[in-house]
Design a protein around this ligand. Structure first.
Ligand code: PHE
Ligand code: NA
Length: 556
């Protein structure tokens, strides 16, 4: 039997923990970049549609599956699925729900550790008086761990380990620890975010630097919030919008199932799911769009933002822009901004630890401490390559397979299982039982038909992504008998390194060839580790199954 199960202290604690799970680095680092790269106002409508017909249904599915599994003593997706559908095989789909968390945590905690370091550097005034190029250079030397010129030897490694130890320690305290962090972190995050957003809203042209006299913060907001309807026909924008919805809501991961498995059978899930989901959307759509983009547009101009939109903006540009507000305010702004990112990050990375711990506890009677430290050890092993070989692409490879592809694959399979194998009749009963709101009946049909079809389309679309992401062009080519050309970014071509091989073929000098070959080598190491992890967890699920059979607990 499993060790006495943990439980949530209060409803507020549960909602804050679930919101903390969802609200993460994705809201502040990923969303603005996705929005800008996909045409600003062109992105928002597909994004909101995906939230309503895919995000909310997946929240309902995952919350109710989790509570259902918890009722049968299961707290991680392999055996949550096993309690829902019969058969020996289907539980292995749940391997994704442990695998993804460990793999994502390995690189996610690395970014989280940057935010800790940047809080420190903001306080001690490292960025004071630096030029824009110097602030950007600081980041580059930070991630190039060997030639550390940041003041602390091997600083990136040091902060990464500190970050892992902190996560592990909190996880060892169980749900109570997570709840406590969420209760402190979420209000602070919103407070910091609102202050920075007010700054973004009020910057206008007044803050514009002498260097860019025409820069205007409002240009950034108008770009994001002027809807453009033409994009509705562009599948590329839809794919990006769907990908963002997955990542930001933490669906397709297994964390929501796990948190929900600690609910009581009679607890509400409908209102809870919607509340946590909307809290994430508020933080993303309102706070996430009112900080980086308007502030950067206010100083450097919208054109600069469009050209430089990327992950680096938060670390390479913001500390420089904050300096324009004077010494004291720049320190505060730095602490608010990186502190906000830190709380966003840690409440999510803690969530990623729970499925593994729940699994080991249910199946092998491990206690919380052992579960937590083994999780820390695994992400240390998997994460060190992302730290050491950050520039060689290991980080991106993890993000591609674990943070992008796996989410879609798992979400697609669990939705089909829920709506068609478990069945919508039982499914709807699970969603509505104990519900504190009336779930609109249309959701019965959305979950049964619309969500699975959308997920299948998205999956096939990324498998066979067309050349240059040009959907209409490739469809007309297909229908006129000229076939479908795959993009190097399609899953099929990525697997075979088609993109790198093409670059290799075009490379003329030895240095470039060596660099590309090295890159391929490091990417293969990343794949080897990820595959190893996947197999390892599958084996554990198998061993657990044998153990259950011996103990007469297996449901066959
Ligand atoms: N939703 C989180 C974010 O927006 C990321 C995350 C994914 C967290 C999966 C937990 C599980 O950053
Ligand atoms: Na999020």
């Amino acid at each position: 039997m499993s060790v006495k199960s943990d439980g949530w202290g209060s409803r507020v604690g549960l909602i804050l923990a679930m919101a903390g799970n969802a609200v993460g680095l994705g809201n502040f680092l990923r969303f603005p970049v996705q929005a800008v790269q996909n045409g600003g106002g062109a992105f928002i409508i597909p994004y909101l549609v995906c939230f309503v017909v895919m995000g909310i249904p997946l929240l309902f599915i995952e919350w109710s599956s989790g509570r259902f599994g918890g009722r049968h003593g299961n707290h991680s997706t392999p055996y949550i699925l096993d309690s829902m559908v019969k058969g020996r095989i289907l539980k292995y789909i749940g391997v994704f729900g442990i695998f993804t968390n460990i793999a994502v945590a390995a690189y996610y905690c690395y970014i989280e550790s940057w935010t800790m370091s940047y809080v420190y550097h903001s306080i001690v005034g490292t960025f004071n008086g630096m030029s824009q190029a110097e602030v950007a250079g600081f980041f580059n030397s930070y991630v190039d761990i060997g030639q550390s010129t940041t003041g602390i030897p091997y600083e990136a490694v040091v902060f990464y380990i500190v970050c892992l130890v902190l996560n592990t320690y909190i996880l060892s305290k169980g749900l109570k620890g997570i709840e406590k962090v969420a209760k402190i972190g979420m209000p602070l995050l919103i407070f910091f975010g609102v202050l920075l957003a007010i700054r973004g809203l009020t910057l206008g042209t007044s803050g514009a630097s002498e260097i860019f006299p025409n820069a205007n913060a409002w240009d950034g907001l108008n770009f994001l919030w002027t809807p453009q309807y033409e994009s509705l026909l562009d599948l590329k924008v839809w794919m990006a919008a769907a990908g963002q919805i997955f990542f930001t809501l933490s669906v397709g991961m297994g964390t929501i199932h796990c948190y929900a498995a600690y609910l009581e059978a009679k607890d509400d899930i409908a209102l809870n799911a919607v509340s946590a989901g909307f809290m994430n959307e508020f933080v993303e759509v309102v706070l996430g769009s009112l900080i980086v983009i308007p502030i950067a547009a206010g100083y450097l101009g919208l054109d600069w933002v469009l050209e430089n939109a990327g992950f680096g903006m938060a670390f390479q540009t913001m500390p420089y822009l904050f300096q324009q507000w004077g010494d004291v305010l720049s320190i505060l702004a730095g602490v608010f901004w990186f502190g906000l990112l830190f709380f966003a990050g840690i409440t999510s990375s803690l969530a990623m630890g729970t499925p593994w711990i729940g699994f080991m506890r249910d199946e092998f009677n491990w206690n919380q401490t052992k579960g937590a430290w083994s999780f820390g050890a695994m992400i240390l092993i998997l994460g060190m390559p992302t730290v050491i070989f950050f520039q060689e692409g290991v980080f991106d490879e993890y993000d591609y397979w674990a943070g992008t592809v796996s989410l879609v694959v798992f979400a697609m399979m669990e939705t089909i299982l829920f709506s068609w194998v478990f069945g919508m009749k039982k499914g709807w009963r699970e969603i509505t039982s104990g519900a504190d709101i009336k779930v609109p009946n249309v959701y019965k049909y959305i979950i049964k038909y619309v969500t699975p079809i959308m997920l299948i389309v998205i999956f096939l679309g990324s498998l066979f992504k067309p050349l240059d992401n040009d959907w209409s062009g490739n469809f007309s080519s297909l229908f006129s008998g000229n076939g479908w050309s795959l993009d190097n970014g399609s899953i099929i071509k990525t697997v075979t390194h088609a993109g790198i091989k093409q670059q290799l073929a075009a490379a003329t000098d030895v240095a470039t060839q060596t660099a590309l070959n090295d890159k391929m080598f490091y990417i293969n190491i990343a794949r080897f580790l990820l595959l190893g992890l996947f197999i390892f967890i599958s084996v554990l699920v198998y061993v657990a199954f044998q153990k259950r059979r011996r103990e007469g607990r297996a449901t066959e």
